[in-house]
Ligand binder design. Structure first.
Ligand code: AGP
Length: 370
């Protein structure tokens, strides 16, 4: 096992550090920047089915559901196809309206999640076209789908999903750009610039790992005894906030909630006092000014702000108690880059609390029962 961990103390840390490679591997052979092409046979063979879909329904659980939410932002923004994201467990039991004009995308790292599998079977019976995004090759979900794309993240052993999540985001980004190009909703110049930026994302992630690792380790020390956490983000980073909170609760057993930052005033603001740590994802692109006022509201109530901002940020940084800098990217890529320090934060808080990071209590890597 020590050898498999490659010198890291836990699989989770190894998997966090593998992300530049796993994202790169997921794009390899698909993203051909010089030719200005995204090659994805699974999409291309059915591209009219996607283009003419009434809507795309993304079905998943847990972290994969968070990736699905970001997929909704991506596909609606770039391909202009309506998208709904559903928890598999809710979808399967609520007599959903599904027709043969719908496309269902199932996202599952393991490809064995019982609820996702059952929801897919239901959608298939009703004639929907089923597309899978799985990490485990030849898994049950991968086998029943009509087409799909594997994330090439490699085996993920830590129960808390990290590299599978960023690989899922990578695939969803490729799908959104490919469909957008085909549908004519993403112009060529923007397509070319976005794919060049995507190609460099593994480098950005590498950079973030290098610049934030020690810093986040130190920040984590101050929160070992925290009992609650709020994670806030807007736009593409709202699901990233949900994912940050899920990581923390899974492995550290600290109660954490993710919220869209603007929803704070509809309830969670009542929780804020000097004992409430609030992680706020505030990159320059994407509702920055709105986030600034959210941070002002938090500081007025003495909440402890841990801000994830772009390099050189001034406004949010001047108010925050802790500042984690990430490189500036187009908004659609920011959840990938911002997730890395949040994974590290959850990891180190859990380690300092003496928790079993790779195998947290009560959790299984794949949930094959209801
Ligand atoms: C992630 O950290 C969790 N352990 C969990 O939420 C997981 O994402 C969920 O069970 C879905 O698993 P799947 O992607 O294998 O279907």
């Amino acid at each position: 096992e020590q050898i498999e961990k490659g010198g890291y103390e836990h699989f989770m840390l190894k998997e966090i550090f593998e992300q530049p490679k796993s994202i790169h591997d997921t794009m390899r052979g698909r993203l051909l920047v010089d030719e200005g092409v995204i090659k994805m046979a699974g999409i291309w063979d059915h591209v009219e089915r996607f283009k003419n879909a009434n809507r795309i329904i993304i079905i998943a659980c847990g972290t994969s559901w968070h990736a699905g939410l970001i997929g909704e932002y991506l596909i609606e923004e770039y391909a202009r196809i309506p998208v709904e994201v559903e928890y598999a467990s809710e979808f399967r039991y609520r007599n959903p309206i599904i027709t043969d004009k719908d496309v269902v995308i199932a996202i599952s790292q393991s490809g064995e999640t019982a609820d996702t599998m059952a929801a897919l079977k239901l959608a298939k019976e009703k004639g929907a076209f089923i597309y899978g995004i799985c990490n485990v090759v030849d898994s049950s979900i991968a086998r029943i789908t009509d087409a799909g794309s594997y994330t090439h993240a490699g085996p993920e052993i830590g129960v808390a999903s990290t590299k599978a999540f960023t690989a899922q985001l990578t695939i969803l980004t490729l799908i959104a750009f490919k469909l957008g190009k085909h549908n004519g909703t993403l112009g060529n110049a923007e397509f070319m610039s976005l794919i060049a930026e995507l190609d460099a994302i593994p480098k950005r992630v590498e950079e973030v790992l290098g610049t934030t690792h020690e810093l986040v380790q130190n920040i984590a020390k101050d929160f070992v005894n925290a009992t609650n956490f709020l994670y806030l983000g807007r736009g593409y980073n709202y699901p990233a906030a949900l994912e940050g909170a899920l990581k923390l609760k899974e492995i550290s057993y600290i109660h954490a909630e993710g919220y869209p930052a603007a929803e704070m005033k509809h309830g969670p603001i009542a929780l804020i006092d000097e004992n409430m740590p609030i992680v706020i994802i505030a990159p320059k692109k994407g509702h920055y000014d709105k986030i600034v006022s959210n941070v002002q509201e938090i500081k007025a109530r003495k909440g402890k702000v841990i801000a994830v901002v772009n390099k050189g940020d001034q406004q949010v940084s001047s108010m925050a108690d802790y500042v984690i800098e990430i490189p500036e990217t187009s908004e659609c890529f920011s959840p990938i880059v911002a997730s890395v320090p949040l994974q590290l934060l959850a990891y180190y808080i859990a380690v300092y609390r003496g928790a079993n990071v790779d195998q947290p209590r009560n959790l299984a890597k794949s949930v094959t029962v209801e």
